[in-house]
Design a protein around this ligand. Structure first.
Ligand SMILES: [Zn+2]
Length: 434
């Protein structure tokens, strides 16, 4: 079992590393054989120098009888009978199965579920699994001439997977090339997107490492689990984020010091947009053609694109207001206010006095007021003063509370240690080949 686990973890290393690790394992095993070996017994000498096959290591139990495994996903119009016949099972054997006690559990098979059977050397069913999700189903086990049929629930096993990526093109492409699943990469982007702008901040040669979980059932991966830690080396700066399960039931990511990676404000109030005009205190106004400071940032986007509240807060203003057109103001705290102009329409829930959450749609991009085309004019005010939203250092979302800090420190220290250990192994492996 131990060997299998180690194999699972290291199967995610590039091939040549796996080979090196297997050789390492073989050495370890040889050493332990040596350790237990009674040297007075010369006969065993021959065994000692026998080559150990790598395949043998992968087999969990060598003494099991020979059988073949067949499996299929249930399609429309399939029945248990037709599936088993297709597997080459004789009708008498199927009838034995169907006549066994509890066989009604197998009567309602559903399209998309899985049937897996192990057939003995005579092509008879040794056991059969009807798997209705990755974890549970019905199991039939041969016992003399009938079958014992019962529901089963398999235990989930989590294994940690380590990856180290040197960015050679984009963070995403380089990650895919190292075999990181897409869903995991999306999480990495989300976790680090608050600190790193993946289109502008990444330099070739930047690196990142992470540990994420794979969920296994019966030794096979069924799901990619959570990202436990990521560490970015971005332009010489190290950014570490650790997952922590809070007492309130949520899981969030924090820096090693317990600072929430989430910021109190989103970088941009419109998702699919580009900045058409920056904050500029001496800009010629495109319509008025006079020098007027541009106190915000313009996001060009198609008419009707959703405008998001960049932070939690309360709507303090929502009506037509001169050059700003349809305007919304959100008060986030005593210190912070944001302002959104030229909206085509308001979201139906965007009313003065209503609370909004970060990312919630408050209205839609338009060109009401003084605007040459559809865009969002966005302002960020700190203590009543205009501030450049692209340059202001956003405050962080809630940090780890005092009561959870001790537990967090333990978790963070532990997983950071694991990451460093994996990295040491990986980089030693890497070194000889450059
Ligand atoms: Zn503007």
């Amino acid at each position: 079992m131990l060997v299998k686990k180690i194999l699972t973890i290291f199967k995610n290393f590039p091939k040549r590393h796996s080979a090196a690790i297997l050789i390492g394992l073989l050495l370890l095993i040889s050493i332990s054989i040596l350790g237990n070996f009674d040297f007075s017994n010369q006969k065993k000498d021959a065994d000692l120098y026998k080559k150990i096959n790598i395949e043998i290591l992968q087999e969990e139990d060598q003494s099991e009888p020979i059988y073949t495994t067949r499996e299929t996903l249930i399609k429309r119009n399939d029945s248990l009978f037709t599936i088993l016949r297709e597997f080459g099972v004789k009708s008498e054997n199927i009838i034995n199965l169907i006549n066994s006690k509890n066989s009604s559990l197998l009567s309602k098979i559903e399209v998309g579920d899985k049937i897996k059977v192990n057939l003995d050397e005579n092509g008879e069913i040794r056991d059969l699994f009807y798997i209705d999700d990755f974890q549970s189903g019905v199991k039939a086990e041969r016992s003399k001439s009938t079958y014992k049929i019962n529901k089963f629930k398999q235990e989930l096993e989590k294994v940690k997977v380590f990856k180290h990526v040197v960015i050679k093109d984009s963070m995403y492409m380089s990650g895919l090339k190292e075999g990181i699943p897409e869903s995991v990469l999306m999480d990495v982007v989300y976790i680090n997107g608050w600190d790193i702008d993946f289109t502008h901040d990444i330099r070739l040669g930047d690196t990142y490492s992470l540990i994420y979980e794979e969920i296994l059932v019966d030794g096979e991966k069924v799901l990619d689990g959570d990202v436990l830690i990521t560490e970015f080396n971005n332009k010489g700066k190290k950014i570490t984020s650790v997952r922590f399960d809070l007492e309130n039931g949520n899981s969030e990511y924090f820096s090693i010091d317990g600072i929430n990676v989430k910021k109190a404000f989103l970088r941009s109030p419109v998702k699919l947009s580009y900045i058409s005009s920056k904050y500029n205190l001496k800009r010629k106004h495109p319509i008025l053609h006079t020098i007027r400071s541009h106190n915000g940032v313009d996001y060009a986007a198609s008419k009707g694109s959703p405008v998001r509240a960049t932070g939690d807060g309360t709507i303090s203003f929502a009506e037509y207001n001169g050059g700003c057109g349809n305007e919304i103001k959100i008060k986030h705290s005593e210190d912070y206010t944001t302002r959104y102009c030229h909206l085509d329409k308001y979201h139906q829930r965007a009313k003065v006095g209503r609370k909004v959450k970060q990312g919630q749609t408050i209205g839609y991009v338009g060109s009401t007021g003084l605007a040459t085309g559809p865009h969002l004019h966005y302002e960020f005010h700190v203590n009543g003063r205009h501030t450049d939203p692209l340059k202001v250092k956003f405050p962080n979302a809630t940090p780890i509370g005092k009561s959870e800090k001790i537990q967090f420190n333990k978790v963070a220290y532990d997983i950071a240690n694991q990451l460093n250990n994996y990295k040491d192994i990986y980089l030693i492996e890497e070194a000889p080949s450059g």
